[in-house]
Design a protein around this ligand. Structure first.
Ligand code: GDP
Ligand code: MG
Length: 175
């Protein structure tokens, strides 16, 4: 019998994007359902594992977070080694983080070996009154670069598992 300790598939996914967009918060919400306001920027963990059911199969994600090095937008190529997928995140209330997505996509192209599935996430939809990046802009960027796109909120819990299910489907198709 398949279980979380014996998944059908295991995918290595790395999470990138500017500092403070909510990468660590999103991963925590996805992995254990929790959210902490004003979390400290640097968390020393390397990765966490989360298993979900996708179309009746057990898919395990090995999720790699960045621990502050994204501040300099210089993620080493080694970080992308053997990655199956990437989550690129921006903050919908911060235009600079959206502009930086192109930079992050270039890093992916340079660092990843071969084709890699990319999920674009616009986080912090709970702060809609402070929004600087429209949903349409996000959609357009995703379409131009052939990415899966969602808006989400690690704070409210909106669109946490759904985007990851879509990413899992894409990864399964690619094999
Ligand atoms: P990281 O640097 O990308 O890992 O970002 P963090 O996860 O450390 O989050 C940076 C700050 O944004 C923290 O104060 C979080 O509490 C906050 N934050 C993260 N996600 C959300 C969200 O969806 N909504 C709101 N309002 N705040 C968020
Ligand atoms: Mg972080």
């Amino acid at each position: 019998e398949r279980s979380s300790s014996n998944p059908d598939r295991l995918f290595k996914v790395i999470c990138i994007g500017d500092s403070s967009v909510g990468k660590t918060s999103f991963l925590r919400r996805f992995c254990n359902g929790s959210f902490h306001h004003g979390m400290c920027a640097t968390v020393g963990i390397d990765y966490s594992v989360k298993t979900i059911t996708v179309d009746k199969s057990q898919v395990a994600f090995q999720l790699w977070d960045t621990a502050g090095q994204e501040r300099y937008r210089s993620i080493t190529k080694q970080f992308f080694r053997k990655a199956d997928g990437v989550v690129v995140m921006y903050d919908i209330t911060d235009q600079i983080t959206f502009t930086a997505v192109r930079h992050w996509l270039t890093s992916v192209q340079e660092g990843a070996d071969g084709d890699i599935a990319v999920l674009l996430l616009g986080n912090k939809t709970d702060l809609d009154s402070q929004r600087q990046v429209s949903t349409e802009e996000g959609k357009r960027l995703a379409k131009e670069n052939n990415l899966v796109f969602f808006e989400c909120s690690a704070c409210s819990g909106y669109n946490i598992t759904e985007p990851m299910v879509h990413l899992a489907r894409l990864l399964k198709e690619q094999e």
